[in-house]
Design a binder for this molecule. Structure first.
Ligand SMILES: Nc1nc2c(ncn2[C@@H]2O[C@H](COP(=O)(O)OP(=O)(O)OP(=O)(O)O)[C@@H](O)[C@H]2O)c(=O)[nH]1
Ligand SMILES: [Zn+2]
Length: 309
């Protein structure tokens, strides 16, 4: 009997498939799968919705017969076959960029790079600022300015303290019934926040990004955790390096929403907004309608600069 399932873990050729009752089977693909127009090293990724058949009830194995069309996916160039892509995750409802202004400091450049990449993959993102409890009044004021800046562009923001419980309920509601990609530097409190909203899960602090820390060569492993019914967070190796995947220079400003809105006002339609005359983006920066920090991030990305740190 054909069943619908969600791929919650991928370990190479085996996939953990969760059916609609929450039962998890170990599944494999039957035969060779070709996905139209896409050269990939992995035909199935975490987040894929599949049709499968139970193969062996005692062994708990299953055979995957079909993959539903994807809403979106995160792909990066394969480490092994450069002409191919490697799909890190599919069907992501949203991303959370977890940042801290201090201990560790998350730079605005890092946040912007993530936001640009998420725009390119069409994944709506909320920026969450954790560890608000360790900020003094000046720090809180600065954090508010940054949140106002991102909200004016259209990104929702949230301030939390995983240890004090501030904003934790709002964070729980943000995740509710969604598949969320959780990203952020090591030590910003990803595990702590997840544990705060789902104590039963009891993630070891550190566990959320154990795989990610191993670096680019372990990209086959990705995993989804069910926090509450139909509520998942996805931990994907390589997300920290979520860089500008194959992005043409002309394309970058399209993923800055506040620039995108002004592109057709530049004098030249191939304007890169650096020092061209009649550039509407530069004008908006000058007038304070585009944040200086965002423009700096843009220039750095244009330059091929790496501001992941
Ligand atoms: N003061 C304060 N400390 C926090 C807060 N959230 C987390 N921490 C602490 O920060 C440290 C790192 O937290 P983790 O939850 O392990 O961070 P992580 O993002 O999961 O880190 P990795 O697993 O390395 O990616 C721990 O010592 C936490 O107790 C917070 O809101 N306030
Ligand atoms: Zn321009």
């Amino acid at each position: 009997m054909l069943q619908k399932g969600l791929v919650i873990r991928s370990t190479g050729s085996w996939y953990d498939i969760r059916n609609e009752d929450g039962h998890v089977y170990q599944g494999r693909l039957k035969g060779k799968f070709k996905i139209k127009g896409l050269k990939v090293t992995n035909p199935i990724a975490v987040g894929d919705r599949v049709q499968f058949e139970v193969e062996d009830v005692t062994e708990n194995t299953a055979v995957i017969l079909d993959i539903d069309p994807r809403e979106n996916y995160i792909i990066r160039q394969s480490v092994h076959k450069t002409a191919h892509g490697h799909i890190l995750a599919a069907n992501i409802d949203q991303a959370v960029m977890l940042a801290t202004l201090t201990l560790p400091r998350t730079s605005l450049g890092f946040i912007d790079r993530f936001l640009v990449t998420a725009e390119a993959f069409r994944i709506p993102t909320t920026v969450v600022f954790n560890k608000t409890d360790i900020l003094n009044d000046e720090g809180l004021g600065y954090q508010q300015e940054i949140m106002d800046m991102y909200e004016s562009i259209g990104y929702s923001c949230l301030a939390t303290s995983a240890t004090e419980g501030d904003g934790v309920e709002a964070f729980r509601q943000l995740l509710d019934h969604k598949i969320t990609l959780l990203s952020g530097h090591s030590g910003v409190g990803k595990s702590s926040l997840v544990n705060a909203v789902a104590p039963g899960l009891n993630l070891r602090t550190n566990e959320v990004s154990t795989f990610a820390n191993k670096g680019v060569h372990t990209t086959t492993f990705a995993e989804m955790f069910e926090l509450a019914p139909e509520t998942f967070i996805i931990d994907t190796p390589g997300i920290k390096e979520l860089g500008l995947v194959d992005m043409a220079k002309e394309e970058i400003s399209h993923y800055f929403p506040e620039m995108r809105d002004r592109l057709n006002q530049c004098r030249f339609n191939n304007c890169l907004h650096v020092n061209e005359p009649g550039c509407a983006v530069k004008e908006a920066v000058g007038e304070g309608n585009i944040a200086e920090s965002r423009y700096m991030s843009y220039l750095s990305m244009l330059d091929g600069g790496d501001n992941r740190r």
